[in-house]
Design a protein around this ligand. Structure first.
Ligand SMILES: NC(=O)c1ccc[n+]([C@@H]2O[C@H](COP(=O)([O-])OP(=O)(O)OC[C@H]3O[C@@H](n4cnc5c(N)ncnc54)[C@H](OP(=O)(O)O)[C@@H]3O)[C@@H](O)[C@H]2O)c1
Length: 457
């Protein structure tokens, strides 16, 4: 079992914070006089604020974007009724844009005057100020591969602030895994993929494997996720998602190699098993649940769950089995539909043409409205199986589209981290963790209390 970690060498924040440019910006012209002395002063006046006296439980960074605004809608819809449950500030890189989003969505609610905090990801001092004023940061600024959010994540490790984000980009999560050892040492939880893509498969697998253990008292040999979605005619990808897909498509070969590794985020099971290969995820097949077609996000979700397997074991949970396998597909009513989905899978050109023809090719910052997404739903079936073929089947339902589910998941992860640190699984331990490893059953329960439902079959 292998996990990825970059030791002390990976330092996106530190290398910027102690750069001559940053020193010059913070200390002015005197920077050329005596660098060691200035570095000393820089350190001295930039100490971490103790966690328990920080101003906010949570800062939501990037609320000006499409997903960020859905987070504001979720806060309005669910937490405006219980405004004292946690304290928060709204963050972004431009104060006036954050204020406009707040005014548009939170006016007339108890959050109309929630404080605003600005930081620029390429200005490390502002990042440090932001991190130092809260106990948990939610990063909603993407595409993650191009915004430099790694700076924010390393600052969280250094200043002992928990972190989650909505990224659905394996290369970004991979970069964060290089901070794992330091996060573990500082007992900080970095929780990338706290979103529908990358995160929900993990939450569902955790719940199913846990049920399997309860029922049969045996470890899981495998877990398969089956997704069905109905999206309304006017729903579709946001401009931010389209920009993210372009960033992934343009990634250099070295990054594509990591993306093509079934254990690219760690958790490798020994032996070269066909069941772990991406070929298995790319074919049309039939199993006892139905016809299966390739699912684009399976190439991220399977990696997240495979890492979660090893993390649960290393942190003392040992929930999954040592030879555990995870797979994920789109569940289809017929073979013809499965073949059609396979034909379209990965064709960004065709998708672009279709969206443009419908006038739904959104620019960054835009996407379908909540009204346009009405009627969308997601059904996610997870089957966990033992070596002896006993199984548990859980069927999760959301009456919303994946973007709103993402807003819900990331907010609930942040609340778990900020408000219940001592009651979370593996209390006192940190690292780069999936949502299920970081928040366990508490997260499942919070999602069930706020709109998601589940049935056991
Ligand atoms: N995993 C999932 O299921 C899932 C679901 C939804 C979204 N996402 C991901 O979330 C990200 C955002 O998507 P979106 O549709 O909300 O995009 P968007 O509408 O374009 O919003 C992007 C946000 O990021 C901020 N931003 C961009 N570049 C930045 C930089 N260099 N420094 C600081 N902030 C920066 C923007 O701030 P300004 O307003 O100041 O430009 C804005 O707040 C994408 O990466 C998307 O793939 C993932």
């Amino acid at each position: 079992m292998v996990i990825i970690s970059g030791g002390d060498e990976y330092s996106p924040f530190t290398s910027k914070f102690y750069s001559k440019e940053a020193l010059a910006e913070y200390l002015g012209d005197s920077v050329n006089e005596n660098e060691p002395v200035l570095e000393y002063l820089f350190e001295k006046y930039n100490r971490a604020t103790p966690r328990d006296v920080r101003r906010y439980d949570i800062i939501f960074y990037g609320v000006t974007g499409y997903t960020g605004k859905l987070v504001l809608e979720y806060l309005r819809d669910v937490y405006a009724k219980k405004p004292t449950e946690f304290t928060f500030a709204l963050g972004g890189r431009t104060e006036s844009k954050v204020a406009a989003a707040q005014d548009a969505i939170l006016k007339g609610t108890p959050f109309a005057d929630a404080p605003i905090v600005t930081a620029q990801l390429d200005k490390p001092y502002t990042v440090k100020q932001l991190v130092n004023s809260c106990r948990t940061v939610v990063n909603l600024a993407g595409p993650f591969m191009t915004t430099g959010g790694e700076v924010l994540a390393e600052a969280c490790v250094i200043y002992e602030c928990d972190y989650c984000d909505v990224n659905g980009e394996l290369p970004y999560t991979y970069n964060l895994t290089r901070l794992h050892d330091r996060a573990r040492h500082n007992r900080v939880r970095l929780v990338p993929n706290s979103a529908f893509a990358g995160g929900f498969a993990d939450i569902a697998a955790f719940a199913a494997v846990r049920k399997l253990k309860e029922k049969h008292n045996k470890p899981a040999r495998s877990c398969t996720g089956y997704i069905e979605q109905s999206i309304s005619e006017l729903a579709g990808p946001s401009g931010g998602t389209l920009a993210t897909r372009a960033a992934m498509a343009n990634a250099p070969d070295s990054v594509k190699q990591i993306m093509a590794d079934p254990f690219g985020l760690g958790g490798r099971v020994s032996g070269n098993r066909p069941e772990d290969s991406d070929k298995t995820l790319s074919t049309v097949a039939k199993d006892e649940v139905g016809w299966l077609a390739p699912f684009n996000y399976a190439f991220l979700d399977t990696r997240v769950v495979r890492r979660a397997n090893v993390m649960h074991q290393l942190m003392g949970g040992g929930l999954y089995g040592p030879v555990f396998n995870h797979q994920e597909y789109i569940l289809c009513p017929t073979e013809e539909i499965a073949q059609e989905i396979k034909k379209r899978a990965g064709s960004t050109k065709k998708e672009e043409e279709d969206l443009k023809a419908k006038g739904r090719y959104f620019a960054q910052g835009q996407g379908p409205s909540m009204e346009e997404m009405k009627g969308s739903w997601i059904r996610y079936t997870t089957v966990a199986r033992t070596e002896d073929k006993e199984q548990v089947k859980l069927v999760f339902n959301f009456d919303v589209e994946a973007y709103y589910a993402t807003a819900q998941i990331t907010t609930e992860v942040a609340i778990c981290l900020a408000m219940a640190r001592d009651q979370l699984p593996y209390a006192g331990k940190g690292g780069v963790l999936s949502p299920s490893v970081a928040c366990g059953q508490m997260l499942v329960d919070r999602l069930l209390a706020n709109g998601m439902s589940v049935s056991v079959e």
